[in-house]
Ligand binder design. Structure first.
Ligand code: AP5
Length: 172
């Protein structure tokens, strides 16, 4: 099973994906963490501003990750973030994407949760920019998945356990 988990910043993608990995024995592609670990100083500057890093860079990471985990199911967290990346992933996986989950929370809740966390890109200006990119470039991926019959949404403003239960209920 291959799943994409999306949602605004702070919606709990990382939190829910950890639980999906355990329950369904999936490999976790975490774009943000991999980039924070492997990216050059130049790329990190782009991330700290809340901008998307160049697509070729993320493509290399995802291709390497998939090649290193043959015969696995995957959960993608933080990728794809644009329609182009979505089409790219479909090609890489030969169209084998089962679900695109959108965890929805309000802008106020995003800002509240990220302000409590305090990562390098959790500064007000960068949060604002990340949310703007999410709404203009990433949410359309979910809309496309809904039109394709593989997208569903859950309410992210509930307890972690309740959000997880809502996701699992929709996975066959
Ligand atoms: P990335 O690391 O993916 O960051 P993000 O999308 O901004 O997501 P977050 O980690 O902020 O939020 P999350 O939804 O995972 O929430 P979490 O579970 O941590 O990407 C960082 C940067 O990398 C991007 O800005 C970009 O520059 C670059 N990048 C990454 N992918 C890219 C791509 N494909 N192309 C180009 N560039 C890319 O939870 C947040 C907090 O909320 C936690 O404190 C948690 O405890 C709490 N929480 C979680 N669930 C709940 C709940 N139900 N109730 C209350 N609190 C909760």
């Amino acid at each position: 099973m291959n799943i994409i988990v999306q949602g605004p910043q702070g919606s709990g993608k990382g939190t829910q994906v950890e639980k999906l990995v355990q329950k369904y024995n999936l490999k976790h592609f975490d774009a943000g963490s991999l980039l924070r670990k492997e990216a050059s100083e130049e790329i990190k500057k782009i991330m700290d501003k809340g901008e998307l890093v160049p697509q070729y860079y993320v493509k290399q990471l995802v291709e390497k990750f998939i090649a290193e985990n043959p015969n696995s199911g995957f959960v993608f967290d933080g990728y794809p973030r644009t329609i182009d990346q979505y089409e790219e992933l479909k090609t890489i996986l030969q169209n084998k994407i089962d679900y695109v989950v959108n965890i929805e929370i309000s802008i106020d809740e995003s800002v509240r949760r990220l302000s409590l966390r305090g990562r390098e890109d959790d500064k007000p200006e960068a949060i604002k920019r990340r949310l703007q990119i999410y709404h203009t470039q990433t949410h359309p991926v979910f809309e496309k998945a809904v039109a394709e019959g593989i997208g569903f949404e859950v309410n992210g403003e509930q307890s972690i356990e309740q959000v997880f239960a809502d996701i699992c209920r929709k996975l066959i």
